[in-house]
Design a protein around this ligand. Structure first.
Ligand SMILES: Nc1ncnc2c1ncn2[C@@H]1O[C@H](COP(=O)(O)OP(=O)(O)OP(=O)(O)O)[C@@H](O)[C@H]1O
Ligand SMILES: [Mg+2]
Length: 247
């Protein structure tokens, strides 16, 4: 975390450095790591155990797919890894820093600086142009470079659509714009939830090439998906069944 904006406040940083740095023997080199995550949801009388002791880690440059039936816990796992949700048990480490069970400002800072997130419902602000969405993501990580924004948009084939509002994009363009936003801060980790769910085969292949390109540049990529194409593009596949990782 060389960028000064991305250093947590001194008092907190000291605490983080002293108490939350990955313990020797853990996967200290992992870009992101889940250790025995549990997550329960209660709605009235009904209780759902969405995650039951899920552990996984993704190394820099690795592309991992998480597959499993609907309701198996994929989105819950990604939300916990992104710090958008907090697990009821277990912990999440981002480059050795504990993300889980931290105050929201620390989780938000870690996420803004080190994690690019592409959620199932999309990650674009509807009232902002594609380029302005990238500028917001950069700003959250303390960066601002129109050259970098245009370079990213060129890399996802959207240079011509920089001034478009998300509502004017096709599904494939919106996904590629979302991916550009997820990459805007040069994150260590990209977490993508069903990024190709609504795309045709050719557009899916384009998005997978972009994710592979990010992994080849050293980003740890984790994608939750039902798609066999995603599983075959990945270096490794983890399967979730009833909230448990079985491979
Ligand atoms: N906020 C919530 N409140 C109550 N139950 C929830 C909540 N979020 C998820 N669940 C439940 O947790 C389980 C796992 O849901 P999750 O969304 O993680 O599955 P998924 O594998 O992503 O499914 P899909 O492939 O359909 O996206 C499901 O039984 C779901 O109903
Ligand atoms: Mg899901």
């Amino acid at each position: 975390m060389a960028d000064s904006h991305c250093l947590v406040p001194v008092a907190v940083a000291t605490t983080v450095a002293q108490t939350h740095w990955a313990a020797p023997g853990g996967s200290a080199a992992a870009a992101i790591e889940a250790r025995s995550l549990y997550r329960f949801f209660r709605a009235g009388e009904e209780e759902t155990l969405a995650l039951r002791g899920v552990s996984l880690s993704v190394m820099p440059g690795e592309f991992v797919a998480v597959v499993g039936p609907s309701g198996s816990g994929k989105s819950t796992l990604l939300a916990c890894l992104a710090g958008l949700d907090d697990p009821d048990g277990g912990s999440v480490l981002v480059e050795g820093h504990r993300m889980s069970h931290q105050p929201e400002p620390i989780r938000a800072r870690l996420r803004a600086c080190r994690i690019g997130v592409l959620t199932q419902s999309g990650n674009l602000f509807d009232h902002l142009t594609v380029e302005a969405n990238l500028a917001v993501a950069q700003g959250l990580g303390g960066k601002s470079s129109s050259e970098a924004r245009m370079g990213l948009l060129r890399s996802v084939g959207l240079a011509e659509r920089a001034g478009a509002l998300p509502s004017r994009l096709s599904g494939g363009e919106a996904t590629r714009a979302g991916l550009a936003v997820a990459l805007a801060n040069e994150p260590a980790v990209v977490l993508a939830d069903e990024p190709t769910g609504e795309l045709d085969i050719a557009t899916e292949a384009t998005v997978l090439r972009l994710l592979r390109g990010a992994a080849d540049r050293g980003v740890a990529v984790l994608v939750a998906s039902h798609s066999p194409a995603v599983a075959s593009a990945a270096d490794r596949v983890t399967q979730l069944v009833d909230g448990q990782a079985i491979g």
